[in-house]
Design a protein around this ligand. Structure first.
Ligand SMILES: *Cc1c(COP(=O)(O)O)cnc(C)c1O
Length: 382
């Protein structure tokens, strides 16, 4: 089976994990956590980084740390992984879904701006959504598949309407806009190191921020809001959201290989784009020339998507459809959904992610390409 996107553990993972086991530093204290945080901060250019048990916890913690809670709205794209919305819901805030754009599959900024201009009233300081009478507190852009939208425009919109940005940058480690790393445009940004992400610690996450107070508060809240290292004294309701040292050890080893991983992802994506263009009906995610995408999960829009996935499966090739849009999930069906033609649905129905692991061999990639070309040629859809 050629897997879709699996971890690549080819560096010092074993040695660093062994070091944790040999020394007994497997849990929440230990040097790898701090080292992992420094490496992510250095790589992204953020001043501070706070490790978390996973990306979902990191998103929840970021929103909570910024004061997002009950009686507020957060703006989020309708096409994302469910964790973006779950994290908002955990705080008690209520998401407003914004459709995505046709080209880059990111939150549609034209739509976002028109919504804010036409459906909200100025508040003090946050805009009030006329329909509910509640303030809109923040925008959570999601850098879908490691691609990015026009971040200059997003920051302008956020400033104009007094909204904070929390970036769901879980998929975008290594991506940048005009040379500035994903996750550094908002107040806080959150990475994930889940099994299928660009680097993996099995499970893990990291918050980045330039704000020392937010960083300190997030760290504090992630450790049960414990104020003393020696006594059990806590000053608010906290969380146990820390990343353990044994997983941070894997993270350090993965970070060492990140530049190599990014190169591999570029090569794989470039090859797919060059070869699959032979089928005119296949459409690619468009990447703005100002964006450097990490090409995390290579995804194409095709005709007969379900049949293609089935066909690839019979050939031992793992392919996957996209996330079902959030407005179609039962628990989110009642949320406001701002759109002008439901692009999320059209992308969802046609998107297929294809194998792009860092360890994908040229031979296996050739097999994937050949199978896709054959499928469309035999279907007469080329
Ligand atoms: C992976 C992912 C998350 C959650 O990260 P976990 O580490 O799996 O909790 C959140 N949002 C998006 C868009 C993701 O792809």
């Amino acid at each position: 089976m050629i897997p879709l996107c699996v971890p690549h553990l080819d560096g010092n993972e074993w040695q660093y994990v062994k070091n944790c086991l040999d020394t007994g530093w497997i849990s929440s204290a230990g040097a790898y956590v701090q080292q992992f945080e420094s490496m992510v901060a250095d790589f992204t250019g953020a001043r501070h980084a706070v490790a978390c048990m996973n990306g979902t916890a990191g998103l929840h913690l970021s929103l909570h740390t910024m004061g997002v809670g009950t009686g507020m709205h957060v703006l989020v794209p309708n096409l994302t992984f469910v964790a973006s919305l779950n994290a908002i819901q955990y705080t008690g805030a209520s998401p407003i879904l914004i459709d995505i754009d046709q080209q880059a599959w990111q939150m549609d900024l034209g739509l976002l701006e028109r919504f804010l201009a036409e459906e909200t009233d100025a508040g003090d300081p946050y805009p009030i959504y006329r329909k509910t009478g509640l303030p809109i507190r923040a925008i959570m852009p999601v850098h879908v598949l490691g691609n990015m939208g026009d971040m200059n425009r997003l920051v302008d919109i956020a400033n104009k309407f007094h909204l904070d940005i929390v970036e769901d940058t879980t998929e975008a480690l290594g991506s940048s806009f005009e040379g500035k790393h994903a996750g550094t445009f908002g107040k806080m940004g959150v990475f994930s190191f889940n099994g299928n992400k660009l680097i993996s610690t099995g499970g893990g996450g990291m918050i980045i921020t330039d704000d020392p107070e937010l960083a300190a508060k997030a760290k504090h809240l992630s450790t049960q809001a414990k104020i003393s290292p020696t006594e059990y004294i806590h000053d608010e309701v906290g969380f146990n959201y820390r990343l353990v040292n044994v997983l941070a050890a894997i993270g350090v080893a993965q970070m060492e290989q990140l530049p190599h991983f990014l190169e591999k992802k570029q090569t794989i994506a470039q090859m797919y784009r060059e070869r699959l263009v032979a089928i005119p009906s296949i459409r690619f995610q468009e990447v703005d020339p100002r964006v450097k995408s990490n090409e995390w999960l290579f995804t194409i829009r095709v005709q007969r998507a379900t049949e293609l996935i089935k066909h690839l499966d019979t050939q031992g090739i793992q392919a996957r459809s996209f996330w079902r849009p959030m407005n179609q999930l039962p628990m989110f069906a009642g949320l406001p959904y701002i759109h002008e033609g439901n692009v999320s649905q059209a992308v969802y129905e046609t998107a297929v992610s294809i194998p792009c692991s860092v360890g994908l061999t040229p031979l296996d990639q050739e097999k994937v390409i050949q199978e896709i070309l054959h499928f469309y040629e035999s279907e007469g859809l080329s």
